[in-house]
Design a protein around this ligand. Structure first.
Ligand SMILES: [Cu+2]
Length: 477
């Protein structure tokens, strides 16, 4: 695909969301810039254009590889869902029509939307009943790479996921091309709860699961069949074109159901420029890891012509790796190199400590500190925070204006990507919305300012843990 073709296909993806006449709508309903917008300089002087989209959640069927058809639930019949791409300061109006046999909602992961637009059933809205619609409206700010996904039950492990890109007016890194790579763990069939005797945990035993070298994890991952990049299995990879000498921005987003994924590109280092959408001091590494719902934007300098795998491999579980392809258009007709990129076994991996935000970070002593113990997966099917499994769990009460610290300890054998809705928080010297807490006595902490009142969800983004109780309401009182 050349760039123009890519742009065309990206545009047609958007068009089928209902934006076919979007430019006409935007021109008709042009509004003045919102001077009350947060003090991001890049949003000043923008048009504050209204961008309307339509997402239809429906059953459908997509090809995800040679002879592999995925019959599942989709947005607008596409997998992943259509890429929604707008400019910082635009106003988004997204109508979600539910044509599924079950209730659904859509969550705009990472965007600090007003509480009523956050898409958490029973907390911020009534779920959208089959046959009904709901209109989400919020300002596209701040710029960044985000996700949208269903927030009902295990629907993420259908195909109800997509990327939301809010382009910055003045990026701090230069690039010639801009691609989104949606990672996913592919689960044929309908997802079921794990653990106990009711779900897969009781059925799997050793057949599906070889243990991955970790004791006690049997039945703790769904029977994923492979990792996908851009909705494709590795035998039929997505191809991302570049020319020698160009700089390519790759936005990696991970709306997987449960998989923490390492990424490396053969023949190339990557320079991380954004973490969970927010700009960081560029740092050059050989690989990086995305917990479920995390995002990294990287710049790749196209200085090593050929046809190279962009490889992705799960850290937990026993899922076959996936890949996309970085192809130089002027490369000789060389074959795609096989094998995993050297960055998986050598070189420099990215750590959270490498991330230096380019924005103002919350500082000072916290007004409140919450110690949160994460457990589960052994004798019981529940995953808990301080011994409680949501919804039978006390809300975490905070007050507007306070500085809050969450300190998490992981007394379980699995990773937990912990996500707070409605806020960015500080991890080390970076702003994030999701933080991985390492398995086996791992610890993590984050600080945030209580500046977006409402009832917000805080939860593990492994949806099986979330559904088994590893969640709390964070309530402004
Ligand atoms: Cu978890």
């Amino acid at each position: 695909m050349d760039r123009r073709k890519f742009l065309l296909s990206a545009a047609s993806g958007v068009a089928s969301v209902g934006l076919l006449n979007g430019s006409a709508i935007a021109a008709d309903i042009d509004v003045a810039p919102n001077n009350a917008a947060p003090s991001t300089t890049s949003s000043r002087g923008l048009g504050g254009i209204l961008r309307k989209f339509r997402l239809v959640a429906q059953q459908g069927e997509v090809e995800i590889g040679p002879d592999e058809t995925f019959k599942t639930w989709l947005y607008n019949g596409q997998f992943p869902g259509p890429e929604i791409r707008v400019k910082e300061g635009d106003r988004l109006q997204i109508t979600v029509k539910n044509e599924l046999p079950e209730e659904t909602t859509v969550h705009w992961h990472g965007v600090p939307v007003p509480n009523a637009m956050d898409g958490v059933p029973g907390l911020t809205q009534k779920p959208i009943a089959p046959g009904e619609s709901f209109e989400y409206a919020f300002e596209a700010t701040p710029a960044g790479s985000y996700l949208y996904h269903s927030h009902v039950g295990l629907q993420i492990d259908r195909g109800l996921i997509g990327a939301l890109v809010i382009e910055e007016a003045t990026p701090h890194v230069a690039y010639d091309r801009d691609y989104v790579l949606v990672l996913d763990d592919y689960l044929p069939g309908a997802p079921q709860p794990l653990g106990g005797s009711a779900g897969w945990g009781g059925m799997l035993r050793g057949d599906w699961w070889r243990g991955g070298g970790m004791m006690g994890m049997a039945g703790q991952m769904p029977p994923y069949k492979g990792l996908l990049v851009g909705g494709q299995l590795p035998d039929n990879p997505r191809v991302f074109d570049t020319k020698r000498g160009e700089r390519v921005r790759l936005r990696f987003v991970n709306p997987s159901g449960a998989s923490t994924i390492r990424v490396a590109i053969a023949g190339h280092r990557v320079t991380v420029s954004h973490c969970d959408g927010r700009p960081v001091e560029p740092v050059t590494v050989d690989s990086f890891v995305l917990g479920t719902a995390e995002r990294y934007d990287v710049i790749v300098e196209a200085n090593n012509p050929g046809v190279w795998p962009i490889s992705v491999a799960a850290i937990e579980g026993d899922i076959p790796p996936g890949r996309a392809v970085l192809r130089y258009t002027d490369a000789a007709a060389s074959a795609l190199r096989d094998g995993m990129p050297e960055g998986f076994t050598s070189g420099r991996p990215l750590h959270y400590d490498d991330l230096q935000s380019l924005e103002t970070l919350p500082t000072g002593r916290p007004d409140r500190v919450f110690d949160l113990l994460l457990r589960g997966g052994m004798m019981s099917s529940a995953w808990t925070i301080n011994g409680q499994a949501y919804p039978e769990a006390d809300p975490i009460a905070i007050s507007a204006g306070e500085r809050i610290r969450f300190r998490m300890r992981n007394h379980s054998m699995m990773l937990h990507p912990m996500h707070l809705h409605g806020h960015f928080f500080r991890v080390g010297n970076a702003l994030k919305d999701t933080v991985l807490v390492a398995a086996h006595m791992g610890r993590a902490e984050f600080d945030f300012v209580a500046d977006n009142p409402g009832r917000w969800f805080f939860h593990c983004h492994n949806i099986y843990h979330m559904e088994a109780g590893m969640a709390r309401e964070v309530r402004y009182v």
